[in-house]
Design a protein around this ligand. Structure first.
Ligand SMILES: [Zn+2]
Length: 334
């Protein structure tokens, strides 16, 4: 068939087939499109960036801050590079560039709105710092937040109050941290046991100190293991940093254990919890803490969430071999 003829005849059929009302409808649609810009997909993001669920009377969402990439050796600091690379490949990951998620948690009760960790802000590259946008998408304005919990003062947990957005981003919030964590970063921190390069160490220290300074007049120090707000209790998990805490959420008999940075890479560390992580301030203490946290989750069959588990970062663990197996929840749309 002649393509040109075919095109013309189809156009003619289309024109002749239009009824008066359809023409009117199209005209008003065109007018509406003139009036309102077409929604544009954000080319820099993926989906909505939050994962909502209920825990008793608490409404919870995991809030994605974004992702970064790190070599497998970062999560196997006391292993050879070959061993680390082999473990990554076993899980179909690129040993040079494993994708690492950064997640926070928002918890809404009838009286409180608690944000657990603020993400990186603009301090760790353009693939991160999405916490404020994803909070808005979830339906929480920064001014609605009544408590911000810093699980520790690493850049990916406190950077959201440093830089363009300082503590004024959360104008009505108190900021909660532990004494050990605040003291560590503000009193000549020793990062010599970490695998963090020297120039990056200074940057990390600087961000932690700015976060401490920016929030000083609204800081509440809590004891590890003590309640933060009703239904939210801290869990002492030292080693990753000296004052590193997890968070236990409890409502009407339902429990969620936010293990924070007890684990950084599910592909590598679930099976190998004794392997060291370059970010850990005390890698030996951190490995023990990781096993203790995951063991508790396995024995008590607790639902867990994690700062660096793959989004939506909610699931269970069970013992397997000398380590654990990660069983993520099935994504629920409602
Ligand atoms: Zn972290």
């Amino acid at each position: 068939m002649n393509n040109k003829h075919d095109a013309i005849s189809r156009r003619d059929v289309f024109r002749l087939g239009l009824t008066a009302s359809a023409t009117l409808g199209l005209a008003s649609l065109a007018h509406a499109q003139d009036a309102e810009p077409q929604p544009q997909a954000d080319p820099a993001t993926q989906g909505a960036g939050f994962y909502r669920f209920n825990l008793g009377e608490l409404e919870i969402a995991v809030i994605a801050d974004g992702t970064f990439q790190a070599p497998a050796a970062t999560f196997a600091a006391n292993q050879t590079e070959e061993t680390a690379a082999a473990e990554a490949r076993k899980h179909f990951a690129d040993p040079e560039a494993m994708t690492c998620h950064v997640n926070g948690l928002i918890v809404r009760s009838t009286d409180t709105v608690t944000l657990i960790d603020t993400g990186c802000g603009a301090n760790f590259g353009p693939t991160l710092g999405k916490t404020p946008d994803n909070l808005t998408r979830f339906g929480i304005r920064p001014e609605d937040v009544s408590t911000v919990v810093f699980t520790h003062l690493h850049i990916d947990h406190c950077g959201g109050v440093v830089g363009e957005h300082d503590a004024s981003l959360y104008p009505n919030a108190e900021f909660v941290t532990t004494q050990a964590e605040r003291d560590f970063w503000t009193q000549n921190p020793d990062l010599s046991k970490t695998g963090i390069p020297a120039n990056t160490r200074d940057y990390l220290i600087n961000i932690a100190q700015q976060a401490a300074t920016n929030t000083a007049d609204r800081t509440r120090i809590i004891q590890p293991g003590k309640e933060i707000v009703p239904g939210i209790t801290s869990v002492d998990l030292p080693g990753h940093t000296p004052g590193h805490i997890g968070v236990m959420l409890d409502s009407r008999g339902e429990t969620l254990f936010f293990v924070t940075d007890a684990i950084h890479n599910a592909k590598i560390q679930m099976a190998n919890p004794t392997w060291h992580v370059a970010f850990d301030t005390d890698p030996v203490q951190a490995a023990k803490m990781r096993q203790r946290a995951l063991d508790r989750a396995a024995v008590e069959k607790l639902m867990i969430a994690g700062s660096h588990l793959p989004f939506p970062a909610v699931g269970h663990v069970r013992p397997l071999g000398g380590g654990y197996e990660w069983e993520p929840v099935a994504w629920a749309w409602n």
